[in-house]
Ligand binder design. Structure first.
Ligand SMILES: *Cc1c(COP(=O)(O)O)cnc(C)c1O
Length: 425
């Protein structure tokens, strides 16, 4: 009985959860049995806010009603539409409003940022990355190095976990920066590694990089909307992220970008230009002399996709209402609960490779199941648990504070335990 009370504490936790009403703002998919699925894939594609539809319909209506004049006459005029997202984006990333802009998509923004911030000179030309970086990031880094006529084999240096460990120690990154600093032009890491779920200490890494005259940039695909970020305070130089994971902007959503204020007035910085980066007051004089907007917006090249901004805006409104502090607080509680349940029931059978320290992880736990992990993953999907499999041997699960419940976490642990037992694990 005592055990049952301990396990059923999810009812108490859900009862006390101040973010509980936010689940009703999202559309939760249903399985073949008609029941709502346990959706633990918000780190891959966030769920659709119910308010997205009316946001997009508004723009369809205004396009119908005003056509080209919608740029100024739409209810939410298209000309400044991206500005309606600025304050909320800055709040989520801990940036100044002038330091952020939503534009393009993640990998495209990575390339645009590297044009400005990867500036190899003589001996100082290497890029420090994670050994298990996301493929798209790796391809981008490799191609940027080649673009400068350099050899990736010589210019990429990789931080990796110590033997027998899964995650990279911050002190080892600092050590690499200190030892190889004179040859490193740029440190480029994920804020949270997509595979292990490890959150990096961006403040410490940025400080170590700056001490050696190195630029520090981060890919926040798995960090934005997940961790409490303070990009400005940490003095991060630049960052990019996607808005379709924790930020629920929808499949292929418009990307996000941060550029430290220090660079806004730097006219020496190489930059790929377009008209949407040009000073707004004179943009339509159609001259040929580029006058930059003195904010991160000067990195914009094109006029942005309004439907994409509309769906993202619906989600940012929800984030603003919930507040990142409360979101993070619930996330810590939920993922710690999941950690506890798995270790309690499945120690020795399921290994959690995500760090146990709260500051070193976000929502996600990465589970390594010896032998038949892939089979167990398929059975989870059959049981309407939506999570994902990443080769070679990891199941990623991410309870998301805006729409998951402690009950989801409990039921997941029940199902997983049953499957592991069944398979003789
Ligand atoms: C999701 C993700 C991407 C995806 O890139 P897109 O350009 O949005 O397709 C890239 N890098 C990381 C680290 C990711 O997690």
């Amino acid at each position: 009985m005592a055990e049952q009370t301990a396990e059923k504490c999810y009812e108490v936790l859900d009862g006390r959860d101040v973010l509980r009403p936010f689940r009703d703002k999202f559309l939760i998919p249903r399985g073949s049995d008609g029941q709502e699925v346990i959706y633990f894939a918000g780190n891959s594609l966030g769920l659709q806010p119910k308010s997205v539809k009316s946001r997009i319909e508004q723009e369809l209506e205004d396009w119908e009603k005003f056509a080209v004049e919608g740029h100024t006459k739409a209810k939410n005029p298209w000309m400044p539409y991206h500005e309606f997202l600025t304050t909320q984006t800055a709040e989520i990333t801990g940036a100044l409003p002038e330091e952020v802009v939503n534009m393009n998509s993640l990998t495209a923004n990575l390339h645009f940022m590297f044009v400005s911030f990867y500036r190899p000179e003589k001996k100082k030309r290497k890029i420090l990355i994670e050994a298990m970086s996301f493929p798209s990031d790796y391809y981008a880094v490799e191609s940027q190095i080649r673009f400068h006529g350099l050899d990736p084999a010589e210019c990429i240096i990789e931080a990796r976990p110590r033997s027998g460990e899964h995650c990279i120690r911050t002190e080892d990154i600092e050590e690499m920066i200190s030892v190889h600093g004179d040859e490193i032009a740029l440190v480029w890491l994920g804020g949270v590694n997509y595979y292990t779920g490890q959150a990096f200490d961006m403040e410490r890494i940025t400080r170590a990089a700056h001490a050696k005259g190195i630029t520090a940039g981060f890919d926040l695909a798995h960090a934005a909307g997940n961790l409490r970020l303070k990009l400005h305070e940490w003095d991060v130089d630049f960052a990019v992220w996607c808005n379709y994971k924790y930020l629920n902007g929808g499949p292929g959503a418009i990307g996000g970008c941060y550029v430290n204020k220090r660079f806004h007035n730097d006219r020496e910085l190489p930059k790929f230009l377009g008209w949407w980066g040009h000073d707004k007051s004179t943009r339509f004089l159609m001259g040929h002399k580029f006058e930059p907007i003195l904010t991160a917006e000067s990195w914009q090249v094109s006029n942005p996709p309004i439907f994409q901004l509309a769906s993202l805006k619906a989600s940012l409104d929800i984030f603003a209402e919930a507040g990142m502090d409360r979101i993070r607080e619930k996330s810590v509680a939920m993922t710690s609960y999941l950690h506890h349940l798995i270790n309690d029931r499945l120690a020795g059978k399921v290994e959690i490779i995500t760090p146990e320290q709260i500051e070193e992880r976000g929502c996600q736990l990465s589970l390594k199941i010896s032998g038949n992990g892939k089979e167990i993953f398929s059975k989870l999907i059959e049981r309407n648990v939506i999570c994902d499999w990443r080769e070679p041997d990891v199941i990623r699960v991410a309870p998301v504070p805006l729409y998951n419940t402690f009950g989801d976490v409990y039921r997941f642990s029940e199902i997983l335990s049953g499957l592991v037992e069944e398979s003789g694990g």
